[in-house]
Design a protein around this ligand. Structure first.
Ligand SMILES: Cc1cc2nc3c(=O)[nH]c(=O)nc-3n(C[C@H](O)[C@H](O)[C@H](O)COP(=O)(O)OP(=O)(O)OC[C@H]3O[C@@H](n4cnc5c(N)ncnc54)[C@H](O)[C@@H]3O)c2cc1C
Length: 763
C-alpha cells in the first residue's frame, strides 16, 4: 500500500534520464527509418513518438497510403520505388497485408522497431522542451508520457527532428520558413499567387464507411455543418470512398497550421459529419441506406507547417531539370503538388500537380539545420522551398531521405563529426557508399565498393537470356491507348520488330520508336523513327525495321499508336527490366495523357507513358531480328540494383527453360568471405501503397524464393526457402576461405525466368 501525507509543496512526476548516441523525435515513417538505420549500425537510439502507434500520417490513426517517386504508377518514373530499409518494410507489409489494412501496417512498423535492441521506444510521449548546450547544440530534450506519468530527459551528441512540425528545431532556435516563397526568390515559376491560392497546404481528415446489411439511420452531432451540398468539393464525393480517396476534405491553409491545428481538426469534424448527414439524410443517396460510419479520424493528417533551412534548399529547378549534386543521398519523384489554401471551401481544383520528366536527386545538405550544429532534419521539414516541398513531402521520399540521416549519424559517431562535416567530399563519398550498399540507389552515384570481393571474381552462369522476343499467348490487347514495349537499345544501331495484330476492319497503324532526350529519365520525348502500316481486316504479322538510330544507349519505346480498330497479341512472359507502358490517363495524379503547363511556370510539357498493374500490363508478343545481350552475368558486378535509364537492365537473367539456374563466382586465389549479399528483383516499378489500395500478389513474382549457396568444395553454406525480400544478407558463422561460390536458384513462376541484380561478398 502507498500512503503519503499531505504535502504543502507540489509533487514532481517520475523523471527518467536517458543517454543515447542519437535521439529521434517523431515516429512517422521518417523517424522510424532514421532510427532503425542508425540502430542497425550499432548506435544507441531513443525514438520518441507522441502518439500510441508508429507511422505518423501512415498510421491507422490517420490512414494515408505512403507514396513516393512511383506516384501510383501514374508518371514516367520507371523502377523508382525507394530502396533500402523502407523497401524492406513495404515488402514485409505486402507479404502480410496486401489488402492494405492500416492496423496491420501499424504492427509491421512496431515489430521492426521492437526487434532492434539498440532502440528505446517511447510511445505516447511528447517532447515539449529543449535544452541547448555549447556551440548551438541541442543538449537534451524533455518529454512527458501521460500514460505512465513519467518525464523523460533524453541526451545525446546527435538529434534528429522528424516531428513534422519541427518541435526540436523550432525550440532550439533553428532558422525556418512557413508559407510560400515568391516566384523571384528562387526563380520558381510555380510559386503560388499568395492572395488567391494561399500560402500553406491544409490538414485533411478521413472517414471509413461500412455496409451493415440492413437500413440504419443517422443523426448528426449538433456541430455538423448543415449545408454540405453547397461545398464546391462535394461533387468529388463518390459513395463508397474511404480514407485516402477523401484527401480533398481539406482545411486550414489560411490558418497557423501549428498552433491552430486543433481548431482545424474541429472544423474538419464539422465537415465530415455534415457530409455524412448529406449522404444519409438528403435523399440523394438511396444506396446509402445500409451504410454507417465505421471510423472517423481523430487526428488530422497535417500536410505543411515549418520547413527548416539547411546548407542547401531544394527548389523547383532541381526537380524540373533533375539536377545532379555531388552530395545526393536520396531522390524524389512525386509531382510538385500544391493545394489551394481554402481547401474544401475553394473554387479552385483541389490540387495542382506538375510532374518532372524523371526522378530528382536530393542533396545531403537539405537534411541538417544550418544553425544547430548537432541537429538532423527528416521528413516534411527538410530544407526545401514551398514548391519543392510540394514534391518532397510524400512519405516514401521522406523515409528514404531519413535513411540517409540515420546512416550519416553512424558516420558522425564513428569519426567524431557533426552533421555539417559529412557534407565534405571525402565524407559524403563514404555516406553514399554505405547507403548504396544497402540498396539506396542514389541516382547517378555509382557504387565504387573496393571492399566487395565479387568485383574481382569471374562470373559464369548456367545460362543467360539472349532476348529475342516474347512467346505468344492467346491474349489480344485493344489499342485504346498507345502501347509501348520498353527495351534497352544501343546508340547507332537499327532494329527490326515483328508483331501480330488483329484489325476489325482495314485501317492503318502508326508505329514509332521513341527514346529520351537525356539519360536521366524515362520520358519518351524524342521520336527516333516511325512507320505507317496498312492493315487488312483480320490477323496479320507486321514488321517495323528502323533506319534511323538513337544517339545514346537508352531505354527506348517501341510504340503502337492508338487505334481502337486494332488489337495486338500479348505474351504471358514477364522478364526483369522489360515492361509495357501506355499513353493513358491517371486522373489521381493529374495525368491526362500529357501535361501542358502554362508557359510562364517553367515546367516541361511531355507525354505520360505509364504501366498497368498486374495481372494486366503484359508484354507484347514481339520478335526481334537480332538478340539483345542485355542480361549478361557480369551485370551482377556493376553495382546497380535496378534498371536505369541509360539502357542497362543491370540484371543477370537465366533462360526461361533453364532447369537449374546457377551462378559460379570464381577467384584466381582463395578469398576470405564472412558475409554475402544478394539483390533480387522486387519490381521497383510497382507502387506499394501501404493502405486501402490492395496489391495483386503478396510476393513480388520476380523475386527468387528458393536458393542455395555452396563453396568450392560443394559444402552447403546456406539454404534459403520462401524468400520475398529484395536484399538477402547472409552472415556466415565463421569466415570461410574459398576460391569459388556457387549459387543455385529455383522459382515457381513458369513465365518468369530467374534473375538477380547483384551479389556482394565481404570478409
Ligand atoms: C491528407 C494528406 C494527404 C497526403 N497524401 C499523401 C499520400 O498520398 N502519400 C504520401 O506518401 N504522403 C502524403 N501526404 C504527405 C505526408 O503524409 C506527410 O508529408 C508526411 O507524413 C511527412 O512525414 P513526417 O515523418 O515528416 O511526418 P509525420 O508522418 O506527421 O510524422 C511525424 C510524427 O511525429 C510525431 N510528433 C509530432 N510532434 C511530436 C512531439 N512533440 N514529440 C514526439 N512526437 C511528435 C507525430 O505524432 C507524428 O507521428 C499527405 C498528407 C496529408 C495530410
Amino acid at each position: 500500500m502507498i500512503s503519503e501525507a499531505y504535502s504543502p509543496q507540489t509533487r514532481n512526476t517520475k523523471t527518467v534520464k536517458l543517454q543515447a548516441d542519437l535521439v529521434v523525435v517523431g515516429g512517422g515513417l521518417s523517424g522510424v527509418c532514421a532510427a532503425i538505420t542508425a540502430a542497425r549500425s550499432g548506435l544507441k537510439v531513443v525514438l520518441i513518438q507522441d502518439r500510441p502507434v508508429l507511422g505518423g500520417n501512415a498510421s491507422s490513426e490517420v490512414r494515408l497510403w505512403s507514396l513516393g517517386a512511383t506516384s501510383h504508377m501514374g508518371n514516367n518514373n520507371r523502377w523508382s520505388r525507394e530502396g533500402g530499409l523502407i523497401n524492406e518494410i513495404l515488402l514485409d507489409n505486402l507479404k502480410r497485408n496486401k489488402e492494405g489494412n492500416p492496423l496491420l501496417f501499424d504492427t509491421v512498423l512496431l515489430e521492426k522497431v521492437y526487434e532492434e535492441n539498440n532502440i528505446t521506444l517511447l510511445l505516447n510521449t511528447a517532447v515539449y522542451e529543449v535544452e541547448k548546450g555549447k556551440d548551438d547544440q541541442v543538449k537534451n530534450v524533455t518529454a512527458f508520457c501521460s500514460q505512465n506519468s513519467t518525464t523523460y530527459i533524453a541526451s545525446a551528441p546527435l538529434f534528429c527532428d522528424a516531428s513534422g512540425d519541427g518541435i526540436v528545431a523550432f525550440m532550439a532556435g533553428a532558422s525556418f520558413r512557413m508559407g510560400a516563397e515568391t516566384k523571384e526568390e528562387f526563380d520558381e515559376g510555380f510559386a503560388p499567387n499568395i492572395e488567391d491560392y494561399g500560402n500553406l497546404l491544409g490538414h485533411s481528415l478521413y472517414f471509413y464507411t461500412k455496409d451493415v446489411g440492413k437500413p440504419i439511420s443517422y443523426t448528426p452531432p449538433s456541430f455538423a455543418i448543415k449545408n454540405a451540398e453547397e461545398l464546391p468539393r462535394i461533387k468529388n464525393f463518390q459513395l463508397g470512398d474511404h480514407g485516402c480517396k477523401l484527401w480533398w476534405v481539406e482545411h486550414g491553409g489560411r490558418l497557423d497550421t501549428v498552433h491552430q491545428s486543433e481548431d482545424i481538426k474541429f472544423e474538419l469534424w464539422k465537415v465530415v459529419y455534415g457530409i455524412w448527414d448529406y449522404v444519409k439524410n438528403s435523399g440523394k443517396f438511396p444506396e446509402a441506406a445500409n451504410l454507417t460510419l465505421e471510423w472517423v479520424g481523430t487526428i488530422p493528417g497535417k500536410r505543411e507547417s515549418r520547413r527548416f533551412e539547411g546548407d542547401f534548399m531544394l527548389t523547383q529547378k532541381d526537380i524540373v531539370e533533375q539536377r545532379d549534386y555531388y552530395d545526393a543521398v536520396s531522390f524524389g519523384g512525386w509531382a510538385m503538388d500544391l493545394h489551394p489554401a481554402d481547401g474544401i471551401y475553394s473554387e479552385h481544383n483541389s490540387c495542382t500537380q506538375w510532374h518532372g520528366k524523371g526522378v530528382y536527386s536530393i542533396p545531403y545538405r537539405c537534411y541538417y539545420s544550418k544553425n544547430i550544429e548537432n541537429l538532423f532534419l527528416a521528413g516534411r521539414i527538410i530544407s526545401a522551398s514551398h514548391v519543392a516541398f510540394g514534391s518532397s513531402r510524400v512519405m516514401l521520399t521522406c523515409a528514404h531521405g531519413a535513411q540517409a540521416v540515420g546512416q550519416a549519424a553512424v558516420l558522425c559517431k564513428e569519426e567524431g563529426l557533426l552533421p555539417k562535416d559529412i557534407a565534405s567530399k571525402e565524407h559524403i563519398a563514404k555516406l553514399q557508399l554505405a547507403l548504396n550498399r544497402n540498396g539506396q540507389s542514389i541516382p547517378r552515384i555509382a557504387l565504387n565498393d573496393t571492399d566487395d570481393l565479387v568485383a574481382k571474381a569471374n562470373v559464369e552462369a548456367s545460362s543467360s537470356l539472349k532476348f529475342k522476343g516474347f512467346s505468344e499467348a492467346d491474349d489480344w490487347h485493344p489499342l485504346k491507348f498507345g502501347l509501348a514495349q520498353m527495351l534497352p537499345l544501343k546508340a547507332n544501331e537499327t532494329y527490326s520488330f515483328e508483331i501480330e495484330v488483329d484489325a476489325s476492319e482495314a485501317t492503318s497503324l502508326e508505329l514509332q520508336l521513341k527514346s529520351c532526350s537525356t539519360p536521366n529519365h524515362f520520358t519518351p520525348d524524342v521520336v527516333i523513327d516511325k512507320k505507317e502500316v496498312d492493315l487488312q481486316k483480320g490477323k496479320q504479322k507486321i514488321t517495323f525495321t528502323t533506319t534511323k538510330t538513337q544517339e545514346q544507349d537508352h531505354y527506348s519505346f517501341f510504340c503502337l499508336m492508338k487505334n481502337e480498330k486494332v488489337k495486338v497479341r500479348l505474351s504471358d512472359e514477364r522478364i526483369t527490366g522489360l515492361m509495357t507502358v501506355e499513353n493513358k490517363i491517371n486522373k489521381a495524379v493529374s495525368n491526362y495523357g500529357r501535361q501542358d503547363p502554362p508557359a510562364d511556370i517553367n515546367v516541361d510539357s511531355f507525354e505520360f507513358w505509364t504501366p498497368e498493374r498486374r495481372p494486366k500490363g503484359k508484354n507484347i508478343a514481339l520478335q526481334m531480328a537480332k538478340a539483345l545481350p542485355i542480361f549478361e552475368p557480369d551485370n551482377i558486378k556493376n553495382g546497380e540494383v535496378r534498371p536505369n535509364a541509360n539502357g542497362n537492365t543491370n540484371a543477370w537473367v537465366a533462360e526461361i527453360e533453364d532447369k537449374n539456374p546457377t551462378l559460379h563466382l570464381k577467384w584466381d586465389d582463395k578469398v576470405n568471405i564472412k558475409s554475402i549479399k544478394l539483390f533480387f528483383d522486387c519490381d521497383y516499378d510497382h507502387a506499394l501503397e501501404t493502405t486501402l489500395m490492395g496489391h495483386p500478389e503478396d510476393v513480388i513474382p520476380f523475386v527468387v524464393d528458393n536458393y542455395t549457396v555452396k563453396d568450392a568444395s560443394g559444402k552447403l553454406l546456406k539454404e534459403v526457402k520462401g524468400n520475398y525480400q529484395a536484399i538477402n544478407t547472409i552472415e556466415l558463422d565463421e569466415a570461410i576461405s574459398t576460391d569459388a561460390l556457387v549459387f543455385e536458384f529455383s522459382k515457381k513462376e513458369r513465365h518468369i525466368p530467374v534473375s538477380l541484380f547483384k551479389i556482394s561478398a565481404y570478409n
